[in-house]
Design a protein around this ligand. Structure first.
Ligand code: 13P
Length: 335
């Protein structure tokens, strides 16, 4: 594999392959395990993720990249093989979540700012030596219109931090995934999501330019333009596709090689149908693919339920979702 940032970024989004977001923090994976009645220990988290990474057929055909959490990138499989080596042996690029989470923004109730810049240069050097070739930083932007959330300050602070993170990544030879997630929690309508997402993306690219980040060596991980989960009106895939692409044409430079969506609480099939609708109205200046956590892992988690005899069924469930999302990334998925 070539080590130029633009080559790594292009490889991450090539051929309708997408990313497996397996970088749940210890707290988040515990919530997922609680839902299937599995205790969350270093070993159970390892067993579960090893099962996904060893799904050789799915990994080779549909997954270009795997986003890891700090614990996982250091873990070894039950037979002693480093998990990162299993990922690489299956042809995927390993990457690492480096932010330290969204924290309440002082003075702005309801807003958060993502922390983790202190010491990041040193951490990136270590992760590069361990084999990571990309990183992820997630900013979280909540919507609560009645409370003036998000503020311009949270959008600006998060964009600034994302750009500082991205510049440090590129200095270290690591492709930054920049993720300004506008949450789909709440009752806001799809046009409010569009307006807030536009403010966030516009500010983000201004900051990336200001900090001399080379866009060719970055990936954007955004939300789709979609109504809040508690909105009365459900958005159709066609409306989501039209408004999401309008947003990107207005605010994401064509120099960005790829856009890999988060699933954000959409159901497994919605996440596939919406990605497919987005690609079906192409061609677009960027590759548009998936970087799903929940929408790739929900089905295998249910099938697995912590039992080793369920591993083949869980791997089959993972392979199925990965295959469907691969088809959607090519605009070839059929309901
Ligand atoms: P979801 O697809 O579950 O939203 O997770 C993707 C992710 O990595 C969010 O940072």
């Amino acid at each position: 594999m070539s080590e130029r940032l633009e080559d790594i970024a292009a490889a991450m989004v090539a051929g309708g392959k997408g990313f497996l977001a397996a970088d749940e923090s210890t707290g988040t994976i515990k919530k997922r395990f609680d839902a299937i009645g599995v205790g969350s220990t270093a070993d159970s988290r390892r067993d579960y993720r090893e099962m996904l990474f060893r799904s050789a057929d799915a990994m080779r055909k549909y997954i270009s990249s795997v986003i890891l959490y700090d614990e996982t990138i250091r873990q070894k499989a039950a037979d002693g093989t480093p998990l990162i080596d299993i990922i690489k042996a299956n042809g995927a690029i390993p990457g690492i979540k480096v932010d330290k989470g969204a924290k309440p923004l002082a003075g702005f109730p309801g807003d958060t700012v993502t922390e983790g810049l202190d010491g990041l240069r040193e951490r990136l050097t270590e992760y590069y030596e361990m084999g990571a070739r990309f990183a992820k930083w997630r900013a979280v932007i909540a919507i609560d219109v009645a409370k003036s959330v998000p503020s311009a300050v949270t959008i600006g602070s998060n964009a600034h931090a994302l750009a500082r993170y991205a510049a440090l990544c590129q200095e270290a030879g690591i492709v930054p995934i920049v993720e300004p997630e506008v949450l789909m929690d709440g009752a806001h309508d799809i046009d409010t999501c569009y307006e807030i997402s536009k403010a966030a993306l516009t500010k983000l690219y201004l900051e990336l330019y200001a900090m001399k980040v080379r866009l060719e060596g970055t990936i954007l991980k955004p939300n789709m333009v979609i109504a809040g989960k508690k909105a009365g009106k459900h958005s159709s895939p066609e409306e989501i596709a039209e408004k999401t692409i309008k947003l990107f044409r207005e605010s994401v430079p064509a120099a960005v090689p790829g856009i890999a969506f988060l699933s954000g609480g959409q159901s497994d099939e919605e996440a596939t149908a919406n990605l497919n609708a987005i690609n079906a109205i192409g061609p677009h200046p960027w590759k548009l693919t998936f970087s799903y956590g929940r929408a790739l892992q929900h089905a295998p988690q249910l099938a697995w339920a912590g039992k080793s005899e369920n591993v083949p069924a869980a791997q089959a469930a993972f392979a199925h979702r990965a295959h469907m999302n691969h088809l959607a990334a090519l605009g070839q998925w059929q309901p």
